[in-house]
Design a protein around this ligand. Structure first.
Ligand code: PGA
Length: 245
């Protein structure tokens, strides 16, 4: 894992935005894996600004999002389709039909998980997967204890994750209890991974990611075994971590 240490959230967002834009320019039909949450918002803003100023084209790009809540309508303001449309897709020239997010508003999840996994495969896999990390070490919605071999599946969210995400809802009880997520194995099959980390809520997670064992009790630790991971992390998040030189 390569670690790029940056000053703060803004620098992380700029570095990540630039990283992604360079990859899109080098391969205009790239398949990107995308993440939601607070961490990548600034990165998406950077990409939108660059699109407006420099016209980088996303016309041939395909995207797969990591996860989606179960039980929210597609148009729900806290659903990840709404997040992606409003924070990125509506502001660049991507073809919406090339943007994929698991469907959390259906009855038959087994079929949906299989469909999603097969769709990723049919596109030749993900070239560059953007990831955030939960303070409990989750990647996507793969909570501690998830088997490393999992493909896209349904998960029960931990209270820690629901509490971390409650800031987007009126109250904790409204945060869905279940989600569909790409599995650890689906994520590990990406050719390249870009992990974005910012802020003091991630200090413990970074300490464990960079200094701990590979263990299913800390899902992100599997990234140590991936051949092409870049971490862009700010000073605050790295304050207690030993950054490999
Ligand atoms: P955050 O979430 O970006 O809102 O901190 C990260 C994650 O849970 O993966």
């Amino acid at each position: 894992m390569k670690v790029m240490e940056v000053k703060d959230y803004q620098e992380m967002s700029h570095a990540a935005g630039k990283y992604i834009i360079d990859k899109v320019k080098a391969k205009p039909n790239i398949t990107l894996g995308l993440a939601t949450g607070g961490t990548p918002e600034g990165t998406y803003e950077y990409i939108i600004n660059d699109y407006q100023e420099n016209g980088t084209s996303y016309r041939k790009v395909t995207t797969f999002n990591l996860d989606e809540y179960i039980g929210l309508k597609e148009s729900h303001p806290n659903g990840y389709r709404h997040y992606m449309d409003t924070k990125l897709f509506n502001h660049i020239n991507i073809n919406i039909s090339n943007t994929n997010i698991p469907n959390g508003d259906i009855q038959h999840f087994k079929e949906e998980c299989l469909r999603y996994e097969q769709l990723i495969e049919a596109h030749g896999g993900i070239d560059l997967q953007i990831l955030g990390i939960g303070s409990n070490g989750h990647i996507g919605f793969n909570e501690p204890g998830t088997k490393f071999g999992t493909k896209t599946h349904v998960v029960k969210l931990t209270d820690a994750t629901r509490e971390a995400n409650a800031r987007y809802f009126q109250k904790f009880e409204e945060v869905p209890e279940y989600a569909v997520t790409m599995g650890i194995s689906s994520i590990m099959q990406s050719k390249e991974i870009l992990l974005l980390v910012s802020g003091e809520t991630k200090i413990e997670a970074m300490k464990q990611l960079l200094g701990g064992e590979v263990s299913e009790s800390f899902p992100a630790s599997i990234l140590q075994l991936h051949p092409n991971v870049t971490i862009i992390a700010d000073e605050k998040s790295l304050i207690e971590a030993k950054v490999p030189s």
